[in-house]
Write a protein that binds this ligand. Structure first.
Ligand code: 5CA
Length: 442
């Protein structure tokens, strides 16, 4: 994309309404704009990040054998009356009436709908287990929407659901999903620690939250420092071997890690003092095992192995896709701006033309831009082709956080040389055009 043709409305000043760094940087980088309290429009740069995060989430769900579906945002109140949650959910639920005066709602989550879908389409234990997910907008009328996309009212979630014929199967599904989550967060370039958690309005008695450590996190977290040395989501575990899932789960839950709601001072006392870490975390995902809570209330049965009807055992599994865009920035930024992990960066590189209008620098920049825009690569470079000062281009590239900056000045360009800067380390090197492209694309 050429910067002169893009809608990337960067801001020089810190917006007064933003209290935390990710919100400030998302506004300053022109990623999002608020439309109403807790409701945001995603501009091109923000949308690119959101879709990269969603693509990684989808890929890891698919690898774990979870099937993608798409359920609507608008649901009927009657469906929620079946589980008893229509009244229980309270003012966080946005209730709507259609032109026929039918009661509808904007979905805050989808346990009821997915249970009804399974109830209407699956009759036998032979059709289980099943795991389904979708990536869809949710609405929760939060009392205090704040911190930009971290606590919005409208937000993008990946929510998944598992159905098994018995508890052992449901526990295996839960472990499988936990592994998928750890792999997802690793690919997103962040470290997230699974912590014992409360179940809240979803229900059930087994739940983990996944927390990215950041001083601005809304939850207090307590964990064993041994987590810092673990290869979280290691490739050595296979989904196909049940013993691997058990070993993985034992590794994740064998060390102390809990949010303040589940903190257990007695168990904490067992952790060596030097290994105790206390801090704050941003919850980017939560998984729940809740047994037959919905299959019972909603009358979902299948014929079991001995011919008698059984209620399938369920779990649900959420990832905050839009929250992750902010959480990644909380975990990865500096004074100058965002530092995108490679896999979620909106562009792999910025091309900074330090003398726009000079035939030689323009020519070299166009050449680099064409190479980084070739079809099989997609649209990998943001070409800063503005007739602006070098200082302004450097500042904006640092703010936007591209992993690489390819800096093209007239002296180097005359010899086909560019300067390559790695945003994360600030390291710069003078390279030929070809060598720079190899590094950017590796
Ligand atoms: N039905 C279950 C799992 S599918 C569920 O709704 N779980 S949840 O309530 O924990 O939400 C899942 C994830 O969505 C959370 O871990 C969080 O990352 C994200 N999330 C929840 N509320 C918000 C919000 N107001 N703004 C942004 N993200 C949110």
């Amino acid at each position: 994309m050429r910067l002169t043709r893009s809608l990337i409305p960067t801001l020089k000043e810190n917006p007064a309404e933003a209290q935390i760094v990710s919100h400030r940087l998302m506004l300053r980088a022109g990623m999002i704009r608020q439309q109403s309290a807790g409701i945001y429009a995603w501009l091109p740069l923000g949308q690119r990040v959101l879709s990269r995060i969603a693509a990684i989430v989808r890929d890891e769900q698919n690898r774990a054998g979870v099937q993608e579906i798409l359920m609507p945002t608008i649901q009927s109140a009657d469906l929620w009356r079946e589980s008893g949650r229509y009244d229980a959910y309270g003012p966080e639920m946005l209730r709507i009436r259609d032109r026929h005066d039918r009661e509808m709602l904007y979905g805050p989550t989808n346990e009821e709908m997915v249970t009804a879908l399974m109830r209407d389409n699956v009759q036998s234990y032979r059709d289980l287990p099943q795991m389904l997910y979708h990536v869809q907008w949710k609405f929760r009328d939060e009392v205090r929407p704040r911190f930009g996309v971290l606590r919005g009212r409208e937000f993008l979630m990946k929510d998944g659901y598992s159905f098994d014929q018995d508890q052992a199967g449901a526990v295996a599904s839960y472990r499988r999903m936990m592994l998928a989550y750890m792999r997802t967060f690793r690919r997103l370039g962040v470290r997230a620690i699974p912590m014992r958690a409360d179940t809240g309005p979803i229900g059930g008695d087994l739940s983990h939250e996944f927390h990215i450590l950041a001083p601005t996190g809304e939850s207090g977290v307590f964990y064993d420092s041994a987590f810092e040395a673990i290869d979280l989501g290691s490739d050595s575990y296979s989904y196909e071997r049940p013993e691997d899932l058990d070993a993985f789960f034992a590794q994740m839950t064998g060390l102390y890690a809990a949010t303040d709601e589940k903190h257990d001072p007695a168990a904490w006392g067992q952790v060596a003092e030097a290994d105790r870490r206390e801090g704050r975390g941003i919850e980017v995902g939560q998984i729940f095992y809740f047994g037959t809570k919905y299959s019972e209330t909603m009358g979902f049965t299948v014929v079991g192995p001995d011919g008698a009807k059984i209620h399938p055992e369920m779990g649900s599994y959420g990832i905050g896709v839009s929250r992750l865009a902010g959480a990644i920035i909380e975990a990865s930024h500096d004074q100058a701006g965002i530092i995108w992990p490679d896999n979620v960066a909106p562009f792999r590189a910025a091309i900074l033309n330090l003398r726009q209008g000079d035939a030689v620098t323009d020519g070299l920049c166009e050449q680099i831009y064409a190479r980084l825009s070739e079809q099989d690569l997609g649209d990998q470079a943001l070409y800063d082709d503005r007739p602006a000062r070098a200082g302004e281009k450097f500042a904006d590239a640092d703010l936007l956080g591209h992993p690489w900056q390819i800096i093209v000045g007239p002296r180097g360009a005359a010899n086909n040389q560019v300067e390559l800067k790695r945003r994360e380390t600030g390291e710069r090197s003078e390279l030929s055009l070809e060598d720079a492209l190899v590094r950017v694309l590796s």
